[in-house]
Design a protein around this ligand. Structure first.
Ligand code: FNR
Length: 183
């Protein structure tokens, strides 16, 4: 079984990106599962807190999942044409301490997708993740792109990703990424 850790970078209850992540969990190919998680409960990174108390429990839990996973799927919103602060903060925490980066992120297959309310569907936020993924030594997958512009128009009243063409694109994306992640 191939296990992918999926992280939505939005804290909002009605998040478009969390809806996208939930749909991804449903549309995984046979032989793979997606553990849909988020960034709730992660404090702002503070080196003094780290020195005094170590890694916060919510971060330690995500790190343990990441270490065990065959791949990582980042589901990113876009704020002001870049990575939202709360999501970057979560990954920054997960990169601590530096001596543990390699065992968590090193050579880890990573894919980035995202949904936005605007017309470009997180194009710039996805690009902004690239130097982060490089510096952490990950193995990004570039086999396909999935950006959902005007994503509010793709959900139904239950906040599910209902648009059939988008679901098919997502399923194809996941099949490609899983094939890459399982090597
Ligand atoms: C946005 N939004 C946004 N959308 C976009 O396509 N490009 C952008 O640069 C921005 N910038 C931006 C900045 C800030 C501070 C906020 C709060 C929002 C809109 C954004 O796509 C929309 O709020 C999404 O719904 C956010 O994702 P979630 O929370 O629904 O997953």
């Amino acid at each position: 079984m191939t296990t992918i850790l999926g992280i939505s970078g939005s804290l909002r209850k009605a998040s478009l990106n969390s809806a996208l992540l939930r749909a991804a969990a449903e549309l995984m190919p046979d032989g793979a599962t997606l553990d849909a998680d988020g960034i709730a409960g992660i404090p702002l990174y503070d080196g003094d807190v780290e020195a005094a108390e170590g890694i916060p429990p919510a971060v330690a839990a995500l790190k343990a999942k990441l270490r065990a996973a065959d791949g990582l799927l980042l589901v990113t919103p876009e704020y002001n044409n870049s990575i939202p602060g709360p999501f970057k903060n979560a990954i920054d925490w997960m990169s601590r301490p530096p001596g543990e980066i390699k065992e968590h992120f090193g050579d880890k297959p990573v894919a980035v997708i995202g949904a936005s309310g605007g017309y470009f569907g997180t194009t710039l936020a996805q690009a902004a993740w690239l130097p982060v993924l490089r510096t952490l030594g990950t193995r990004p997958w570039f086999g396909a792109k999935l950006m959902l512009p005007r994503a509010q128009t793709l959900l139904n009243a239950e906040e599910e990703l209902a648009d059939q063409a988008t679901r098919e694109r997502l399923a194809a994306f996941l099949a490609g990424f899983v094939a890459f992640a399982k090597g």
